[in-house]
Design a protein. Sequence first.
Length: 334
Amino acid sequence: MLISERTLLAQKYLHVCFAPSQTNTLSPVDRGSGAFLPWRWRCRRGAADSGGRQGGGDGWSRDQHAEWHPRFQVQRCVLRICQHVISSHRSPGSGLYDNLQQYDLPYAEAIFEIGFFRHNPNPFFALAKELYPGNYQPNLTHYFVRLLHEKKQLLRMYTQNIDGLERLAGIPPEMLVEAHGTFATATCTVCRKNYKGEELRPDVMSGTVPKCPTCTGVVKPDIVFFGEELPRHFFKYLTDFPLADLLIVMGTSLEVEPFASLAGAVRGSVPRLLINRDLVGPFAWRRRPQDVVQLGDVVGGVQALVDALGWTQELDALMAAGAEKVGLCSHLFF
């Protein structure tokens, strides 16, 4: 779908009041002293931008007239859905892509199919070596969510990522729902003995398939493969989403079910913010009146939001402290 790449902004102030994430109810004091987030983004609709990319009849463009969004009063929490792909390593000519060709995969997705893994785990562990925590560092979006947690404004973060960057940014595991699993823990495929992800690092980094000392079975990181059930804690959404007063969705295609349907799980009155390169899911085909969309670079969109909230200095300080900590112990799981 071709759409405008122009910035999409919501006008007036989006006042957002959050309750502490440790509880799901608000006391009278909480209701009266919540943090208010002034948001000066203007929301516009249009069919095309000056760059020549066309949108649908309900597209969005800076060149079109503004449509003012009403003021929203939000009283509980923020949920965020995200996904990112380290795409350069999936491209022909990259080291990872070339390394995987030696395994003669029947198709690319086979590397994440549990049946293929049981037959030949080597391709997955070649990929795992590249994705293992410590090879990459959190960026501004991860620390933005960490800042929401520090301000007691995060109810839960739902993520499709498996690289552990959310944990590395300091977001506590209990605040995360890692829908596609995590490298932080691992399980023997035979005797089901549990391991910490860090215990697998020497084998993974040396190109060796990790084996269980107890039964010699292959030890698999707790990543959800095609053909496996979602982790049990994914179903927290049944209680989380009805409580949400704001949903932030960013960096995702919203194509993989059942994760893709979560954007529609919040109450109809709840504002939903999409920060993304493309219109996706219900933001494209069933947009609600209170939805706000900002298309373009995700990091740039989050930075604009942080600037509008007046949180820039706090986020910069958090990122600086986080970068120092990551530099000292990026090979560890948090």
